[in-house]
Write a protein that binds this ligand. Structure first.
Ligand code: PMP
Length: 415
């Protein structure tokens, strides 16, 4: 069980929104930050702000040491074998683009294929479209069924000796589906393909072990796991990184520069050109410490219990259709739904009046929504600080929406 005082760690949660207590149900978009993470950010700027890997004075060494210590923590968080395998980026998006640009341009040729799924976030789709167009490669897509589960027999059919890469999300930001990465990676490797896992929605919510998953690349963002915005990471196996050409060129990624040629540092520095996002990368380590102290299994258990409760309560609302797997074992706490009487934007706007923050739209997954046959959904997404009371507030708010848009069929939540 998570401590009942966890909410108190997050100062924003004691604020009011539109005169009502804030009910924050949009953690799939970004998570809230605990006070110790906010304090760590202020401490960096007040006490040891300096550029890393350059100065030989005390605070520069302190900043470098904290930056590298954070790399060790973030790498250990996903059980990376070596911290040098973890490249700090701006976000999951930048991490995936790094692979598409640096690995993709060196390894994908005309006629090659990349397998994605129909549930990908645009971040794990558009970079591959750009690469495929440039390389005359082909993208193939694994569909999902009515339960929001990948159709693995289709994956088996699509996987051939032309497949260079299988890139897929670990946990869907819309359906909540947790994909069977280990099984998919084993098959992909047997076919000679590499595997990229979009971990933006899994790393914050469950214990991730990149070695056990069998991934070659794993991309994730600090801001969805109680850390600051502007920091993310790419993990990849060292041998792959070592063989990859750089992503961006500039300061700090070089060994020797001549006017006509340059040699590069070893990973991870080869991929961290210019001044990195020092403050936010350091503070990400604080967020990792915070989550680890609570325990990722405890967080997963809490969210699973809350998801079961939310699915039951949402299921009581007439005209509400929830997407994604029914089994809480197969999903996380992203709960996307449609309500027959109102457009998702109207739903979100009415909920906002009650202090409830949810997201409405396509959640950066237009092809997924097309496959569902809807243009948009409303999404409530859970995290460690949410409670059953948040779900009750949401359900009451949804009855308000129903009754506003369909007064003739007015109903009330069950007591
Ligand atoms: N993939 C998934 C599954 C996501 O949910 C998100 C964020 N919504 C991203 C990628 C992109 O993450 P970021 O915006 O932090 O780059």
């Amino acid at each position: 069980m998570l401590s009942a005082t966890i909410r108190e760690d997050f100062p924003i949660l004691s604020q009011r929104m539109n005169g009502k207590p804030l009910t924050y149900l949009d953690s799939a978009a970004t998570s809230q930050k605990p006070q110790r993470v906010i304090d760590a950010l202020v401490r960096y700027y007040r006490e040891y702000n300096a550029n890393v890997h350059r100065g030989i004075y005390k605070i520069a060494e302190q900043a470098t040491q904290a930056y590298e210590a954070s790399r060790v923590k973030v790498a250990a968080f996903i059980n990376a074998p070596r911290p040098e395998e973890l490249i700090f980026t701006r976000s999951t998006t930048e991490a995936i683009n790094l692979v598409a640009y640096a690995w993709g341009r060196a390894n994908v040729r005309a006629g090659d294929e990349i397998i994605l799924t129909e549930m990908e976030h645009h971040s794990n789709l558009v970079p591959w479209q750009l690469l495929a167009a440039e390389r005359q490669a082909r993208l193939r897509f694994v569909p999902f069924d009515e339960q929001g589960m990948l159709q693995l027999h289709e994956f088996d059919r699509l996987l051939t000796d032309r497949t260079r890469l299988v890139a897929l999300t670990h946990q869907s930001n819309v359906l909540g589906t947790i994909n069977p990465i280990r099984e998919i990676a084993a098959k992909a490797h047997a076919a000679g393909a590499k595997v990229l896992v979009d971990g933006a929605q899994s790393a914050p919510h469950m214990s991730v072990d990149v070695q056990a998953l069998g991934a070659d690349f794993f991309a994730f963002s600090a801001h969805k796991m109680c850390g600051p915005t502007g920091a993310g990471a790419l993990w990849a196996r060292y041998d792959i990184l070592d063989a990859m050409p750089p992503f961006q060129g500039g300061g700090e990624m070089i060994m020797l520069v001549h006017l006509d040629k340059t040699t590069y540092k070893d990973p991870p520095y080869k991929f961290e050109a210019g001044t990195p996002n020092i403050a936010d990368c350091i503070v990400w380590g604080e967020a990792v410490d915070y989550l680890k102290a609570i325990g990722m299994q405890a967080i997963r258990d809490h969210e699973q219990r809350l998801t079961v409760y939310a699915m039951r309560r949402l299921g009581e609302i007439p005209g509400l259709r929830l997407f994604g797997p029914e089994s809480p074992m197969r999903r996380g706490g992203a709960l996307s739904f449609e309500l027959d009487v109102a457009h998702p934007h109207d739903v979100a706007q009415v909920l906002d009046q009650d202090g409830i923050a949810v997201r409405a739209g396509h959640h950066c997954a237009q092809p997924l929504h097309r496959a569902l046959g809807v243009s948009a959904t409303t999404r409530a997404s859970l995290y460690l600080y949410n409670t059953e009371a948040d779900i009750d507030t949401l359900v009451a708010g949804l009855y308000t929406v129903r009754n506003l848009f369909s007064p003739k069929t007015a109903t009330a939540p069950k007591p």
